[in-house]
Write a protein of this length. Structure first.
Length: 88
C-alpha cells in the first residue's frame, strides 16, 4: 500500500482502501461535492465493507460506511486518518 502525502494530509487510492480504514470524506469531490454533509465535518467514516465492480470507465470501488455507500473510481484519492497510518 502506498500512501500519498499532500500538504500534511494522507491520501490513499480507492482501490487500496481496506475494511476498517477511517476516511475523511469532508469536501471529497465525489462523496461530498458541495461540502455540506455536516456529519463529515465531525467524524471519520469507517469502512465496514467494500465491493469491486466493473463500470463502463473501468473498475469502481464501492465503499460502505456508517454514513452511506459511495462508488469511487479505482484511482480516486481519498483522505485517510493520519493517526491510522501511524498506527499502521
Amino acid at each position: 500500500m502506498s500512501d500519498i502525502y499532500i500538504d500534511g494530509a494522507v491520501y490513499r487510492r480507492a482501490d487500496e482502501i481496506r475494511e476498517g480504514d477511517r476516511l475523511d470524506l469532508q469536501g471529497d469531490p465525489i462523496c461530498d461535492p458541495d461540502g455540506d454533509r455536516i456529519t463529515f465535518e465531525f467524524e471519520f467514516c469507517e469502512v465496514s465493507d467494500l465491493e469491486i465492480e466493473s463500470g463502463p470507465d473501468g473498475k469502481v470501488i464501492v465503499i460502505h460506511t456508517q454514513h452511506g455507500s459511495f462508488g469511487l473510481p479505482a484511482d480516486h484519492l481519498v483522505q485517510v486518518d493520519g493517526e491510522q497510518v501511524r498506527e499502521g
